[in-house]
Design a protein around this ligand. Structure first.
Ligand SMILES: *Cc1c(COP(=O)(O)O)cnc(C)c1O
Length: 408
């Protein structure tokens, strides 16, 4: 594997994590050795750091048009998801114990819901169509008198499919049910406005937007019923005890400020390169299928099924060329289980194990895309030549790259 160091590396796995942005790094570094105080201390060392934490809180709030007191710093997206689900179900246990979510959520939501079921709760997992979309009527029909929470992500990490969050929030409002939204993949890629969109709780993760790993936010709208998650201190309005991760908080604030300032530019950049990659693949490789919603999709995400090829094999071959992509989410890769997201979309068996996710970042260049397109067709050809799957009776000739291809 030493050879990879000699190669130019191409990183197309930004939905798994992103590099820390240079401006973010520069902003956070002084908070390790120079400004080392505890923001809860009353002396000079605490005060200068407390100011940095509240400035960062403002920067996060501004990005999503929230009030600063509605921002709770956490240790990342997974904690925020756990906090929102368990904390609000605890607070509302007198009303009922039914959650509505989708079959395509991140494991941080799905496994938390399963844990809630083990403790006696009821959970409805809404199915999705071929684009990965839920049906709003089905959502409404799933609501009952016991329903205390709806949890639906803003955008899916594997396919990029964007959900109708404003419409879901309106339904939740109408039935007086709290709505949590995992927006980890949406932040910095789509506009998010808590004044316009009545979401009650929203999860954000630093390391998906150019801040370090281990810092995140749970936005909690004023008036939301939510129990504290960590006990032991008065930090974050006594909702989340623990000495602040000051450098991480400062970094996340900066990353949010950059995301807000550069949103239009970033979206345009990501979309152009992603579309170029998609068009290049479709033009040079036969029998491929684009998974996900072609209209409502994150600008940086491309999930492609390469029929007759094992996704894992393709991933390893690309890795030998220094190209990092992903099969499924980082949490499920390494296991042989097919993606729960593609499975829920009823993607054809032939393509389930053949799908790869390319996720671009702000730092991705057109040269990265060109180099990927330069090697990918030959890799797929080579793998297909060895594949026992080639010639399987499944007909892919009516495969269209615009929608998922094989009729079922
Ligand atoms: C990465 C991710 C998470 C988990 O965030 P961490 O900060 O890594 O804990 C949650 N939800 C989605 C959609 C993600 O992509």
């Amino acid at each position: 594997m030493e050879d990879i160091d000699q190669l130019e590396r191409i990183y197309l796995d930004n939905n798994a994590t992103t590099p820390v942005a240079p401006q973010v790094m520069e902003t956070m570094l002084p908070y390790y050795m120079k400004f080392y105080g505890n923001p809860s201390s009353v002396h000079w060392a605490g005060r200068e750091v407390e100011k940095a934490v509240s400035d960062a809180r403002l920067q996060v709030a501004e990005l999503i048009k929230a009030k600063p007191e509605e921002i709770i710093f956490t240790a990342g997206g997974s904690e925020s998801d756990n906090f929102a689900i368990l904390g609000s179900c605890d607070a509302l246990s007198g009303k009922g114990s039914h959650i509505i979510t989708t079959a395509v959520e991140h494991p941080a939501v799905l496994d938390t819901c399963r844990y809630f079921e083990q403790r006696g709760g009821k959970v409805t997992y809404l199915g999705v169509d071929r684009r990965g979309q839920i049906d709003l009527d089905e959502l409404e029909q799933a609501i009952n008198a016991q329903t205390v929470l709806i949890s639906v992500m803003w955008a899916n990490n594997e396919t990029g499919t964007i959900f109708p969050v404003a419409a879901i929030a309106d339904i939740a409002r109408r039935y007086n049910i709290q709505f949590h939204c995992d927006a980890v993949q949406a932040v910095g890629k789509v506009p998010i406005d808590m004044e316009e969109c009545p979401v009650d709780m929203l999860s954000i993760s630093g390391h998906k937007i150019g801040a370090p790993k281990g810092i995140g936010v749970l936005y909690v709208r004023n008036g939301t019923q939510l129990n504290p998650y960590l006990h032991g201190g008065h930090q974050e309005g006594s909702m989340r005890a623990g000495t602040h991760n000051v450098a991480g908080i400062v970094a996340l604030g900066k990353a949010c400020q950059l995301a807000q300032q550069d949103l239009a530019k970033n979206v345009e950049h990501l979309r152009q390169l992603r579309d170029r990659l998609q068009q290049g693949i479709v033009a040079s490789i036969s029998d491929v299928c684009i998974n996900g919603d072609q209209e409502n999709r994150l600008p940086n995400t491309l999930n492609v099924g390469f029929s007759f090829v094992e996704g894992e094999g393709l991933l390893l071959s690309l890795d030998m060329y220094g190209i990092a992509a992903s099969s499924g989410s980082a949490c499920t890769s390494g296991s042989d289980a097919p993606s729960h997201v593609l499975s829920a979309m009823a993607v054809d068996k032939l393509l389930l194990q053949s799908s790869l996710r390319f996720s671009l970042g702000y730092q991705t260049t057109s040269a990265d895309i060109d180099k990927t397109l330069a090697v990918l067709p030959a890799i797929v050809d080579k793998l297909r030549a060895m594949s026992p799957m080639v010639g399987d009776e499944v007909n892919v000739t009516n495969c269209t790259y615009v929608e998922c291809c094989i009729d079922h």
